[in-house]
Ligand binder design. Structure first.
Ligand code: SF4
Length: 464
């Protein structure tokens, strides 16, 4: 088969897959309800069972199995899928999205209020959920999982019930991982491309004029990027202008983001995915956390203040499982939040300043360019979060007797690949403004932004 034939065939296959999704809504909905059932079992089952006894394993205890599946397979897998297929997960598999849309089909269908459409939600919701998850030990305890994931699902259904007929208002604006998914999907090598000339052309084929509903409220006619599209295929073939097709994975980040990048993107990439997430993954293994706690405890005792060292809170505010000898005091909780805050501030500064310098070296300063350049760090931020999430599972599997001696090499090469991808993107973005020596200097400055996150991962995976 010649290269031309191969590409023609590849293109036709992708296009047919998009049309197949459009024409088989029943199969897609059956799949979604199947995932809802699995999700409900994994969420509710462990919460009504006693905590795993000592010596229980992933293969003989539903709670440990659910932890393994949620944090070791489900979430890392979903994040990886964003890089490969865009938000296909959201459109085809996500139980929360399916339930929210189901509620919206039968709900009040009110107009979406302005507070919901606030552009800061993706960053704010991600940070709040991450910090709260650490406070109640969401990786360890089924009740905490039920509260956070189940609470999110109930909120998704309530928002669906109230706002937007047949729409996914929750997914578009409020889902805590909407912003993260949107960023990662920018690197996907497939998307629904829209031919605007064809869209506006006089139509002849009535089959191409079937109305459709875009659940996540994308303005399909003007759609260019993949951040908001759930890849559901419902618009495929509309006016013979919409088609599932391949594209260069760097196209959106290098070109489209130049027009759309905002402060909320930079905050989510640098402060959220690098700063807050690293602090959240790190604190429980950090000797600095222990040192800070001991120093504060000593100071409190010297001043005859004992209640922060003794007082605990209910489990839904701060980890409290006395039977497991796992109780966080007010002091623990305060130092935990302090640790994550300091990590977020230090990493934000250590990443943001070199990027700002790179922007300045490569041309005139402007904030939009800074926000655009920060998009170059998406691969490193994404791989860090995937490795951080899977580290819980690595610990769990090691406790179950699996040596996993290869994990260090996998982590090393994953981070190396992420640095290479981020370096490539940063150079491509900076090359829009600078060339020659100026580009080399700007790229060198931008590369310094890798230092803090790499150092943080080295501490967690290899040093501590
Ligand atoms: S633009 Fe909307 S309808 Fe089209 S594939 Fe994306 S989510 Fe589905």
């Amino acid at each position: 088969m010649s290269a031309v034939e191969y590409h023609g065939d590849h293109r036709a296959r992708l296009m047919r897959f998009g049309l197949w999704l459009r024409d088989h809504r029943g199969a897609v909905m059956a799949l979604q309800w199947g995932v809802v059932v699995v999700y409900a079992v994994l969420l509710i089952g462990p919460a009504i069972l006693p905590l795993p006894p000592a010596g229980a394993h992933v293969w003989d205890n539903l709670t440990l199995l659910a932890q393994f599946l949620f944090w070791g397979v489900w979430w890392p897998g979903v994040l990886l899928s964003m890089l490969v297929f865009g938000r296909l997960w959201c459109g085809l598999f996500c139980p929360e999205g399916a339930l929210s849309e189901f509620a919206a089909r039968h709900g009040r269908g009110r107009a979406t209020p302005r507070w919901i459409r606030w552009k800061g939600w993706p960053f704010t919701a991600f940070v709040l959920t991450t910090v709260y998850g650490q406070m109640i030990s969401v990786y360890q305890y089924p009740l905490a999982v039920l509260l956070i994931l189940g609470g999110s699902t109930l909120a998704a259904m309530a928002v669906g019930w109230m706002y937007g007929r047949n729409k996914r208002v929750w997914c578009r604006y409020l889902c805590p991982v909407n912003g993260v998914f949107g960023l990662l999907a920018k690197l996907a090598p497939v998307h629904y491309g829209v031919d605007r000339t064809q869209w506006s052309a006089p139509q002849q084929r009535p089959q191409a004029m079937q109305p459709f509903t875009c659940a996540p409220l994308v303005a399909v006619k003007t759609m260019q990027g993949t951040s908001a599209c759930h890849m559901c295929g419902r618009c495929a073939g509309y006016r013979d202008a919409v088609e599932l097709k391949s594209r260069r994975p760097d196209h959106e980040v290098v070109n489209l983001a130049a027009e759309t990048a905002s402060i909320w993107d930079s905050l989510l990439i640098i402060t959220g995915l690098m700063g807050v997430a690293i602090g959240a993954f790190q604190w429980s293994a950090s000797p600095w956390f222990v040192g800070a706690k001991q120093a504060l405890a000593t100071w409190l005792v010297q001043h005859d203040v004992y209640w922060p060292l003794e007082q605990s809170l209910p489990w839904y505010l701060l980890t409290n499982y006395p039977a497991r000898n796992d109780v966080l005091t007010l002091l623990d909780g305060a130092v935990l939040m302090l640790y994550i805050t300091v990590a977020a501030v230090v990493i934000s500064a250590a990443v943001g300043l070199p990027l700002a310098l790179a922007v300045r070296i490569s041309g005139t300063w402007n904030w939009r360019r800074f926000h655009h350049v920060s998009h170059g760090l998406i691969p490193l931020a994404a791989v860090g979060v995937i490795l951080g999430l899977s580290s819980m599972t690595v610990t769990q599997l090691r406790a179950d007797g699996f040596a996993l001696e290869w994990i260090g090499a996998v982590r090393f090469w994953a981070l190396a690949a992420a640095v290479a991808a981020s370096g490539y993107l940063l150079v491509r973005i900076l090359a829009r403004q600078a060339h020659g020596v100026r580009l080399a200097l700007a790229s060198g400055a931008a590369a310094c932004a890798f230092g803090a996150p790499l150092c943080a991962w080295w501490l967690l995976f290899w040093h501590w």
